[in-house]
Design a binder for this molecule. Structure first.
Ligand SMILES: C[S@@+](CC[C@H](N)C(=O)[O-])C[C@H]1O[C@@H](n2cnc3c(N)ncnc32)[C@H](O)[C@@H]1O
Length: 267
């Protein structure tokens, strides 16, 4: 069960054509080579994009509705592309897959769905175990210094989307609540869908992210057996600064042995 189950269709409507980060993963994949592992692959935009580019890729996600949409998109691809993609319903905190990957990545804040320090370490430890020595890891999360916005109970208009297939129009509004002590960002997505015959369906979908500061993420990666090569601040690959919108960590799997989990059992 994933928070995304409830709004998988709306997520896909919003992100299926989102390509701001595509070039980054394409160039890292070309450098690392296949096979590739995407943690929290969602509705499969990277799986399909990288498979079209000739890469072999496995995506895992806990959400059945997200994976079902991904499978639907994949079924429209050529047999060659389909053959290069594997999808697995699994939890990024604990998974076991055959083979070793040459690259793994968490796109677009997916790492922030790991809600405790222990879960973050568990997931990185799993990735470490599944990467070939020297394998590449990329993690894209937002910079909390720049991106956190507490709307304190107010709701803001974000965008209007058109579902070409069904003829519906979907208006998305967002409210956010930041808890600086727990380091969480709770987002509430409000969707108003108007069908082609004028019927209104209103729904609310919450998700919670645990945000991290740069030094915290660097420590976590080092303790999990990765060497950070570069931290970018945006998809144009500018170096990360305190004013950058993003923190994109590119690291390599350093040690041959699997690192121990940290002792703490809380966030
Ligand atoms: C922001 S979406 C990212 C989807 C995709 N990577 C993309 O770039 O469009 C986050 C995804 O994380 C998945 N997710 C959340 N917690 C997870 C977990 N513990 N294990 C695997 N997937 C998880 C959700 O189901 C959702 O599909």
């Amino acid at each position: 069960m994933s928070e995304y189950d409830a709004f998988a269709r709306y997520y896909d409507l919003e992100y299926r054509a989102y390509t701001d980060d595509s070039l980054l993963y394409r160039s890292l994949a070309d450098r690392a080579g296949s096979p590739i592992l995407e943690l929290a692959c969602g509705t499969g935009r990277h799986l399909i994009g990288l498979a079209r580019a000739g890469h072999t890729i496995t995506g895992l996600d806990t959400s059945e509705p997200m994976l079902a949409i991904a499978a639907d998109h994949l079924s429209e691809e050529s047999p060659e592309v389909q053959a290069r993609v594997t999808m697995v319903q699994a939890d990024m905190r604990r998974f076991r897959l055959d083979g070793r990957f040459r690259m793994a990545f968490y796109a677009i804040n997916s790492f922030m769905h790991l809600m405790t320090a222990l879960d973050q370490a568990r997931s990185l430890r799993c990735v470490h175990r599944h990467l070939a020595p020297g394998g590449l890891l990329a993690v894209d999360i937002f910079n909390p210094e720049m991106a956190l916005f507490d709307s304190a109970g107010r709701i803001f208009y974000e965008r209007t989307m058109h579902d070409a297939a069904g003829g519906a129009t979907v208006t998305k509004m967002v409210a956010t609540a930041v808890d600086r002590r727990a380091r969480t960002n709770r987002l509430e997505f409000h969707y108003d869908e108007v069908s082609s015959d004028g019927r209104l369906t209103r729904s609310v979908a919450p998700i919670t992210q645990r945000y991290l500061h740069r030094a915290e993420m660097e420590r976590l990666l080092a303790r999990s057996g990765f060497v950070v090569e570069q931290v970018y601040g945006d998809f144009r690959l500018q170096p990360s600064t305190p004013a950058s919108p993003k923190m994109i960590f590119v690291a390599t799997r350093a040690t041959a042995t699997n690192p121990a989990l940290p002792k703490e059992t809380h966030a």
